[in-house]
Design a protein around this ligand. Structure first.
Ligand SMILES: *Cc1c(COP(=O)(O)O)cnc(C)c1O
Length: 372
C-alpha cells in the first residue's frame, strides 16, 4: 500500500529520551536554562485577557514577532555572546527580510522546496546537519557532498568549486556536529566567486555562542539566506520557532511555499512567548556567556585529560578519546547516568558530541570522563 518513496525513508533519530532512570541530558544541544521569565508572564497575561486566543487562528505572517526579531538582530548583530556584534551589522534588518516558521527544520524544508531543483545537485559538506540530506531526498534533489578539510573545518574553496554546476549550496556555520566556525570574511570570499543566480544558505543555529554571524553580508549579497533558530540559544526547543533573514524577494518566495502548503505558522502562544524572548537581551546574554565560559573550561579539562577536542563556537563540543571508540565512551558515560550523543557514521564514529549543560553538570561529566 505504500509509495516507492516510503521504502527509502530513514526517520531522523533525535537524541534519545529514555525513561528507565533520570539522566543528565547532554545529547540534544538543548539549553540547560529556562527561557526568559518574561515569556511566562506574557503567555499568562495573553490567556488571562482572552482565552479565545486559543480559538482564533494566529497571524499567518507573524507580523508583530518579525518586528521584534528585527530589533533583536539589529541590537545583537546575531551574536548574543558578543556585546558589540550589533555595531558591526552596517545596515538595518527590516521585518520584511524575516520569515518565521515552526522551528528551523520546517523553514529548511521550505528553503529546499523554494530554491533547489532536482536536475542539479545541492552542495553540502560531507559532515553537517543531518536534515539536509533528508530534505534533499524528500524533494528528489541530488546531493554533492564535499569532504571536510583534515582539521574538520569546512573546505570553503572546494564547496564553491562544486557549486558551479549545482542548484545551490547549504551548510551550518558554526558547523554541526564539529562545532567549528568559518569567519564572516571566509564566507564573504566564498560568496564573491559563488554564482550570483543561485542561493547560498548559511544555517546559523549556533551563531549566538560566539562565532561571527554572516548577517552583515546580506547588504552586498542578495542571494544569501541566513537561517536561525530559537531552539538553542533562546532555550525554545520545546516551543518550535525558527526563521530566515534574506532579501525581501527571497523571503517572499519562502512565504509563497508556506502559503501553498500550510498557511499558518507558529500558534498564538508561541508567537507571544517568542516576542518576549527576543526582547530580553540582557537575560539571554548572561546565560549565553555562562554557557560559553563553561564550554571553554570543560574543553580545557578534557584536553588536559588526553582527549582530542575540536575547537567549538557552539553550545557543544565534539570529542575523541585516544583509544576508546565513540560508542564505548557513550556507553560508559551512560552507565553513570549521563546521556551524550554518538553518531554511527563512518568518518566521525570515533567522536562523541557533548552538549554544554550547567557548570555542575559539566563537573559531573568531567569527573566520569577523566577516568575512562
Ligand atoms: C538544532 C538545529 C536545527 C533545528 O532547529 P529547530 O529550530 O529546533 O528545528 C537546524 N540546524 C542546525 C544546524 C541545528 O543544529
Amino acid at each position: 500500500m505504500l509509495s516507492k518513496r516510503m521504502n527509502d525513508l530513514k526517520p531522523y533519530k533525535p537524541g534519545e529520551q529514555p525513561s528507565d532512570r533520570i539522566y543528565v541530558k547532554l545529547n540534544a544541544n538543548e539549553n540547560p536554562y529556562p527561557p526568559s521569565p518574561e515569556c511566562a508572564v506574557r503567555v499568562k497575561r495573553l490567556l488571562a485577557d482572552d482565552l479565545r486566543k486559543m480559538a482564533l487562528y494566529p497571524d499567518p505572517d507573524a507580523t508583530a514577532l518579525r518586528k521584534e526579531i528585527a530589533a533583536h538582530l539589529n541590537e545583537t548583530g546575531g551574536v548574543l555572546a558578543n556585546d558589540d556584534a550589533g555595531k558591526k551589522l552596517g545596515f538595518k534588518i527590516s521585518p520584511d527580510m524575516i520569515f518565521c516558521g515552526n522551528g528551523s527544520d520546517e523553514v529548511l524544508s521550505f528553503l529546499f522546496y523554494a530554491f533547489f531543483d532536482s536536475d542539479k545537485p545541492v552542495v553540502v559538506p560531507e559532515f553537517s546537519y543531518s536534515f539536509y540530506p533528508v530534505y534533499a531526498g524528500y524533494y528528489d534533489i541530488p546531493l554533492t557532498k564535499v569532504p571536510l578539510s583534515s582539521d574538520f573545518s569546512i573546505d570553503a574553496d572546494a564547496m564553491v568549486a562544486a557549486a558551479h554546476d549545482s542548484s545551490g549550496l547549504i551548510f551550518a556555520n558554526p558547523n554541526a556536529p564539529t562545532g567549528i566556525a568559518l569567519s564572516c570574511e571566509a564566507v564573504r570570499k566564498m560568496l564573491l566567486t559563488f554564482p550570483k543566480d543561485k542561493v547560498f544558505v548559511v544555517d546559523e543555529a549556533y551563531a549566538d555562542f560566539g562565532s561571527e554571524s554572516v548577517l552583515p553580508l546580506l547588504l552586498d549579497f542578495p542571494n544569501l539566506v541566513v537561517v536561525r533558530t530559537f531552539s538553542k540559544s533562546l532555550a525554545f526547543a520545546g516551543m518550535r520557532m525558527g526563521y530566515i533573514v534574506a532579501s525581501p524577494e527571497l523571503r517572499n518566495a519562502v512565504t509563497t511555499v508556506k502559503n501553498s502548503f500550510n498557511h499558518f505558522p507558529a500558534d498564538n502562544i508561541c508567537q507571544e512567548a517568542a516576542k518576549a524572548a527576543v526582547s530580553d537581551i540582557a537575560y539571554y546574554r548572561s546565560i549565553t556567556k555562562q554557557i560559553v565560559k563553561d564550554r571553554d573550561s570543560f574543553r580545557k579539562t578534557l584536553i588536559d585529560a588526553g582527549y582530542e577536542v575540536l575547537p567549538s563556537a557552539t553550545n557543544f563540543v565534539f570529542v575523541r578519546h585516544k583509544s576508546l571508540s565513540g560508542k564505548q565512551v557513550y556507553e560508559l558515560v551512560k552507565k553513570e547516568g549521563i546521556l551524550i550523543r554518538h553518531f554511527d557514521i563512518p568518518g566521525v564514529e570515533d567522536f562523541v558530541r557533548i552538549t554544554i549543560g550547567t557548570a555542575e553538570q559539566m563537573k559531573q561529566l568531567a569527573a566520569v570522563m577523566k577516568n575512562l
